[in-house]
Design a binder for this molecule. Sequence first.
Ligand code: OOB
Length: 546
Amino acid sequence: MLAGCPTWPEEFAERYRQSGCWEGITFGEMLRQRALALGEHIAVVCGEQKVSYAELDRRVDRLVVGFQQLGIKKQDRVIVQLPNIAPFFDAIFALFRIGALPVFALPVHRENEIVYLCEFSEAAAYIIPDKDAGYDYCELAKKVKTSVPGLRHVIVAGEPSTDEFHAMHDLYVDEGEELQVEGLEGPRSSDVAFLQLSGGTTGLPKLIPRTHDDYIYSLRMSVEVCDLNKDSAYLAVLPIAHNFPLSSPGVLGTLYAGGKVVLARRASPDVAFPLIANEGVTITALVPPLAIVWLDAAESRRHELLKLQVLQVGGAKFSSELAKRVKAVMGCKLQQVYGMAEGLVNYTRLNDPHDITINTQGRPMSPYDEVRIVDEDDNEVAYGEVGELLTRGPYTIRGYYKAEKHNEKAFTADGFYRTGDLASMTPEGYLVIEGRSKDQINRGGDKVAAEEVENHLLAHPAVHDAAVVAMPDEFLGERTCAFIIAHDQAVTSNELKAFLRQRGLAAYKIPDRVEFMDEFPQTGVGKVSKKSLREFIANKQNVLTH
Ligand code: OOB
């Protein structure tokens, strides 16, 4: 097992194995099994390209050898920052087979995040597209490579702009050659398969170690709850490196079920609706702001959505008013999904009564998930009362990667993960998300750690103090407001935003609004009262809009 990854105590591991949660197979084996069973059945559709299960399996083997020839080996970490394109699957399954660990970055991440990920995970390689959505990832990689000398290889799924980088298409060895490569021991199912990025509440993002056993179990349960099979077609519109479209049931769940993954390069109805019609898409997943855009477009375009059976919405709270519109406007079932990259995933079930589907965020997908809702003293509260949600189970991590100190706070002594979400539970066991106790802004599904942005703001010479909070927003649910006490009264909001951009911070973390103050409101013990700041900005917005 990779050092720095806390794992389940043996008695729990034993229970999860005995009860059949953990099947004992790796991702590499899972793909091989599907290829043998399904052969030429289509696994992935990306634009004109259609890849069968057998072909995907062969491509992966050919790439395994290419990666090995570069020196990528078991337990190496490899940053994967790819958009929704077919080579994503070649790359991650090849790494899985070697036992190297993808570290999943999102396409929106920039120099600041990538340099940190490379350094913290001591990455051996970094995989990027050449360009995507008008952004040049080779330029980004050049900057990253200069800052991180230990990064051995940059691999481009596309055309590299410099000879220093490898074109991924050159790394696939010819068919047959892979048979000559020996000594591939591969990982065990209990090994960590990859590292996911956490939404974060601290100054620096945390990495989430997920094992083959635990993640494949989460796929199996998702597939069961979402009723996926060989005839299902899942449209990936959200970036597939994120846990929701990756595994709930997402693209990997679809491959587990033997279905067809359809990749969308853009999330807009103009791109996605024709794909739904032409590829016979049966299920897709959105965050709430996108669901609003789709609902509006669907009013006049319902004929394109006839095959769609299920629309999943999650990542942030979906209001019941919007939830009510889904069936009427889009003609398909709504499924609410409340999950987290750390593990626990909750779904409303496809046959749940309307009232539950509209008003709750679902219930845990596994009978082995343990959830507790507790007050500030960690005592359990009664049904219907609000408290912090704690969870433990066969696919929920026991600790972040190399974060011993933080883990003491983020997990209870008996291994429950403190989600930082405020929830209540109905007598039927369904969860309703009521708010958040963690210092994070949920910007329409994109998570922003207040402390991370505050630290960047504090690096500006004119900033004396900074406090970042959420402000309500009709479209995104929340946006980010930065309160600043400045040394230098001349500094402007635009200057501060430009400063953060210059530091290479991803765009979604740049505050939407900056407010200057002489001093911050304080709590009884003299801490900055973020509650007062949130109220202040919400009131100010109200005054402006009414
Ligand atoms: C998903 O994963 P993350 O890791 O980006 O974010 C997790 C956090 C949760 O702790 C919660 O604060 C929020 O996102 N969240 C929701 C929600 N789904 C996630 N808050 C309210 N309502 C919901 N339906 O976002 C994620 C991972 C797997 C499946 C679905 C979402």
